[in-house]
Design a protein around this ligand. Structure first.
Ligand code: GUN
Length: 295
């Protein structure tokens, strides 16, 4: 068997087209959804993400602002930026790109973001709302994107055993909240595994749907996947490769070629989940603009 590809590029562009159409409707009613992204310091990967977020925003017909702050920015200065964006009526949603420099307490920053503008869905208020099934909660973009990929590919989650490898607040935990809910794309039985899980390969082999987000290159091998399982790889890792033009290549958390031989569906890296994240951020910004404007 060779698993079918879960095509993040195609699904994300369909979602972005849907968002652009809805944005045009809102704009004609007098509301232009606005997204701001705050980045502190010059981490190259974060700079690339932030630039793509701004570009995607403009392509969807939204207002976009990128606030670039030096690595020496103090916590108080960053809190002041958050306060300013909380109060700015042109901005319906914003996020502070993570990770932040070590001298800044990320939790304090996240807590200061108005939950109504928290399009990352990282504020504890939104985490709680998501967990109790409140449909006004913002769903963190990456797991929301995974759920949309499954839904739009006709993969049934109801009654399935979803095993998530990784317990981060950005992916693993919200992924579990989404998959367990009584909604389309939910109703799964969910297991979360992590670095302290006993016999992780055995747990992984129980999965009908295996979502991997642990940030370790090609961690999941063919032996860890039950034949016929759906494999979703959230990992994006750079590995040194002298044969590659740039001296490195990008791989996921799953050993793609051997795992594809046993999976029914699999996401490529790149071109899988990574493409979905920005599409879902745009969707969240549209949701924020609608919720704030009542349109
Ligand atoms: N860093 C990596 N992923 C994310 C994300 O989804 N949001 C923010 N704010 N930072 C990130």
């Amino acid at each position: 068997m060779s698993g079918r590809l879960l095509d993040g590029t195609a699904i994300a562009s369909a979602i972005r087209a849907d968002v652009a159409r809805d944005v045009a409707g809102l704009v004609s009613s007098g509301v232009t959804p606005g997204l701001a992204v705050v980045i502190v310091g010059d981490d190259p990967a974060s700079q690339v993400y932030v630039a793509s977020k701004g570009k995607a925003c403009l392509e969807a017909g939204m207002h976009s602002e990128t606030i670039r702050l030096p690595a020496t920015t103090t916590e108080a200065e960053l809190l002041a930026q958050v306060d300013r964006l909380n109060a700015d009526p042109k901005i319906h949603g914003f996020l502070v790109q993570l990770p932040l420099p070590k001298h800044i307490n990320s939790e304090r920053i996240l807590l200061r973001i108005d939950p109504a503008k928290d399009v990352d869905g990282f504020h504890p208020m939104n985490v709680g709302r998501l967990s109790v099934g409140d449909s006004t909660a913002f769903r963190p973009a990456t797991p929301f994107g995974v759920q949309q990929m499954l839904l739009r590919s006709g993969i049934e989650t109801k009654g399935a055993h979803a095993v998530i490898i990784g317990r981060s607040n950005i992916v693993g935990k919200p992924m579990a909240s989404l998959l367990v809910q009584d909604t389309p794309g939910g109703n799964a039985t969910v297991t979360i595994c992590h670095s302290r899980s006993r016999d992780l390969p055995a747990l992984a082999r129980m999965a009908d749907i295996l979502v991997v987000a642990i940030g370790r290159p090609e961690f999941v091998t063919r032996e860890m996947v039950r034949p016929g399982a759906v494999v979703v790889d959230v990992g994006i890792n750079r590995v040194v490769d002298p044969a590659a033009a740039k001296g490195y290549r990008i791989v996921g958390d799953v050993a793609f070629a051997p795992v594809r031989e046993v999976a029914s569906w699999i996401t490529p890296v790149p071109g899988g989940v990574g493409k979905m994240t920005i599409a879902m951020l745009l969707m969240n910004t549209l949701q924020a603009a609608r919720q704030q404007s009542g349109r």
